[in-house]
Design a protein around this ligand. Structure first.
Ligand code: NDP
Length: 257
């Protein structure tokens, strides 16, 4: 399978769901990355067994402990990744980790739930980009490619159509207030990142994976994780400067903010 030609990729939340499938399909690509840093909260725990099995077969897969809601864990992960990269940059950062509380309506949601979700879904990706920025910049400088691309240097924030303000009426039968607000913030973050990091040669895009059969999406969802991730990886392949600062779906179609 043709996949993004990034030499080095780091993903968050890669022990299950969309993150794990991204790892699998990147490993199975015709030209897999030289390094895939698959990060998750508990690489030694039972929920990372599949990831560990993959790592035992693929020497280019490195498991790194990382809770995106813990700033010091992010700093520690940067040190590990830097050590492996041995002076080279990081091409692609995929902020995939996310949490979703299906029951959070305007009647039930409280401050604690709002803050917890914001911390993981919006603050986490912001801190990740800040911490990995020197490595992303290094990758952009090392590249001879013109323009912006995922093989040069990119931040991909896995967002959702539920964070689109314009599209809210269509799906408001599921209010999920904390999730929507945190992902709307992630969309805004993506635009701000694109405007700031573009000059350094870093592409910044938010992607909606579709409604996917994972623990979060449930088995009622439209898409298998395989179909969604195939779509996402095809989109990564075609992203350029004209897409930076936009929200696209897994088929590459633009979604209004
Ligand atoms: P899952 O619930 O299946 O997996 C979520 C992943 O995020 C797990 O690996 C989980 O790790 C990880 N995670 C949660 N909190 C943290 C944290 N603080 N630090 C590090 N990792 C964390 O979700 P999906 O795979 O379905 O979702 C992936 C992304 O796609 C999310 O950002 C989600 O919002 C988005 N999305 C999903 C849709 C769907 O239909 N599935 C639709 C639209 C968007 P752990 O095992 O430790 O809990």
């Amino acid at each position: 399978m043709a996949a993004v030609r990034a030499r080095t990729v780091l993903l968050t939340g890669s022990n299950r769901g969309i993150g794990l499938e991204l790892v699998k399909q990147l490993l199975g690509a015709s030209r897999p990355p030289a390094w895939i840093f698959a990060t998750c909260r508990d690489p030694e725990g039972p929920r990372a067994q599949e990831l560990r099995d993959l790592a035992s077969k693929h020497p280019n897969l490195v498991l790194v402990k990382l809770d995106v809601a813990n700033p010091s864990a992010i700093t520690d992960a940067v040190k590990i990744v830097e050590g492996k990269l041995n002076g080279t940059g990081l091409n692609l950062l995929i902020n995939n980790a996310g949490i979703y509380t299906p029951t959070a309506s305007l009647e039930t949601v409280d401050a604690e739930e709002m803050i917890r979700t914001y911390k993981t879904n919006a603050v986490g990706p912001m801190l990740m980009a800040q911490a990995f920025l020197p490595l992303l910049k290094k990758a952009a400088r090392e590249s001879t490619e013109k323009g912006l691309s995922c093989s040069k240097a990119a931040i991909i924030n896995i967002s959702t159509i539920m964070g689109s303000i314009e599209k809210t009426p269509e799906s408001f039968f599921k209010p999920v207030i904390s999730y929507r607000c945190s992902k709307a913030a992630l969309n805004m973050l993506t635009k701000c990142q694109a405007l700031t990091y573009g000059e350094a040669g870093i592409l910044c895009v938010a992607l909606h994976p579709g409604w996917v059969k994972t623990d979060m999406g449930s088995q009622e969802a439209d898409l298998t994780v395989d179909t969604s991730v195939r779509g996402l990886l095809s989109v990564l392949l075609i992203l350029s400067e004209k897409h930076s600062g936009t929200l696209l779906n897994w088929e590459g179609k633009a979604i209004p903010w």
